[in-house]
Design a protein around this ligand. Structure first.
Ligand code: AMP
Length: 309
C-alpha cells in the first residue's frame, strides 16, 4: 500500500477533506462507502488495536484519516505526557499497511496556539472509573475530539472499546451536541495471553508484563462470579482479591456499572438479574504504569452459559 499523505496544519487538513467531498470519487456509485470520510483519532505508537480500527475504517469509507496527537489537555500533573512513547516513522508504516489516505500529525502549537478558554465538559459519566482517578481527563478528551471532528469533519469515527468509558463519553457528547458524525465502537484487540494491547505496555518490565495478565484473568472470572449470583459489592471485592494475587499489582479501581450509561447497579441484588448490559472495568498499577481493561457482559447470556454447563 502507498504511504499516507502527511498533513501538519489545520488549514491543509480542512482543504483536503473539502476537495475529497467535491471529487468524482465522493460522488461514486456507492455513496455510503466511497463518498464517506472515516476517521481514527489516536495518540500514536500504533499497534494492532489501532490497526484494527484503521482497517475497519478502510472497509467502510472512501477516505481514511488517521490523527496522531498526544493531547496535553488530557494528561494530569505527574502523568506520563512527557514520556508517552512516540515513533512517527513506525506509525506511518502501520498507517500505510492499513491503507490510510491521510495522516494528520499536528503539533501542540497548531492545535492550541493559546490555552483554550472554551472546553467541552460531559457531566456525570466522567466522574467515575477513570474520570475519578484522572480528574479533568475526559474534559481534555472531549475537547480535543470535538476540535478534531471540526477539523476533519468525518462521517464516521472509530473508537476502541478498550477505552469503554471514552466510547460512552464521546457517544454522549455527539448525541447531546448534535455533532454530525457516527461513532463506531470496535472490539478490544488482545495479546495471545489476554493482555489488551496498549501503547503503554512498552513501559512494563518483564516481571510486570508477565503479571499484567491478571487483569484479563480477573475479568474472565468476573463473568463466572456474576453467573454464580454475585452482587455489585461482592464482585468488586472478589476482583480486588483476584488482582492482589499478583504481589506487584496495585488496584486503582475494580468496578461494575451499567453499559452504556455507566450508572451504579442496585446494591444487594444479584447482577445476573439485571436487564442492562454491564461494564466490568479495572485499572491496575504496576510500578509507574497504569493499565486499564474491561469487558461488557450481558447478564442474561452469562447465566445462560453457566446453566448450560
Ligand atoms: P490511543 O492512541 O491509546 O488514544 O488509542 C486510540 C484509539 O485506539 C482509541 O479509540 C482506543 O480505544 C483504541 N485502542 C487502543 N488500544 C486498543 C485495543 N487494544 N483494541 C482496540 N482498540 C484499541
Amino acid at each position: 500500500m502507498s504511504a499516507p499523505r502527511v498533513i501538519r496544519t489545520i488549514a491543509e487538513m480542512r482543504k483536503v477533506v473539502a476537495d475529497f467531498r467535491m471529487s468524482p470519487k465522493a460522488e461514486g456509485k456507492e455513496p455510503g462507502v466511497s463518498g464517506s470520510v472515516g476517521f481514527v483519532p489516536t495518540m500514536g505508537y500504533l499497534h494492532e488495536g489501532h490497526a484494527s480500527l484503521l482497517r475497519r475504517a478502510r472497509q467502510e469509507n472512501g477516505l481514511v484519516v488517521l490523527s496522531v496527537f498526544v493531547n496535553p489537555l488530557q494528561f494530569g500533573p505527574g502523568e506520563d505526557f512527557e514520556r508517552y512513547p512516540r515513533d512517527e516513522k513506525r506509525d506511518l508504516e502501520v498507517a500505510a499497511a492499513c491503507g490510510v489516505d491521510i495522516a494528520f500529525l499536528p503539533s501542540a502549537d497548531e492545535m492550541y496556539p493559546n490555552p483554550p478558554l472554551a472546553r467541552v465538559t460531559v457531566g456525570e459519566i466522567t466522574g467515575k472509573l477513570c474520570g475519578k482517578s484522572r480528574p479533568g481527563h475526559f474534559d481534555g478528551v472531549a475537547t480535543v475530539v470535538t476540535k478534531l471532528f471540526n477539523i476533519v469533519r468525518p462521517d464516521r469515527a472509530y473508537f476502541g472499546l478498550k477505552d469503554a468509558q471514552q466510547v460512552a463519553v464521546v457517544t454522549q457528547m455527539v448525541r447531546d451536541l448534535n455533532l454530525p458524525v457516527e461513532i463506531v465502537p470496535c472490539p478490544t484487540v488482545r495479546e495471545a495471553d489476554g493482555l489488551a494491547l496498549s501503547s503503554r505496555n512498552v513501559y512494563l518490565g518483564s516481571r510486570e508484563r508477565e503479571q499484567a495478565t491478571i487483569l484479563y484473568r480477573t475479568l474472565q472470572r468476573a463473568g463466572e462470579w456474576i453467573a454464580e449470583g454475585a452482587d455489585a459489592a461482592e464482585l468488586r471485592g472478589r476482583m480486588r482479591r483476584s488482582i492482589a494475587e499478583s504481589p506487584i499489582a496495585d488496584t486503582d479501581y475494580a468496578e461494575v456499572v451499567t453499559w452504556p450509561d455507566l450508572a451504579d447497579p442496585p446494591e444487594g441484588r444479584p447482577l445476573r438479574e439485571l436487564d442492562a448490559p454491564l461494564l466490568v472495568a479495572l485499572a491496575v498499577r504496576f510500578g509507574k504504569t497504569r493499565l486499564i481493561d474491561n469487558v461488557i457482559i450481558n447478564p442474561k447470556e452469562v447465566t445462560a452459559t453457566c446453566s448450560g454447563k
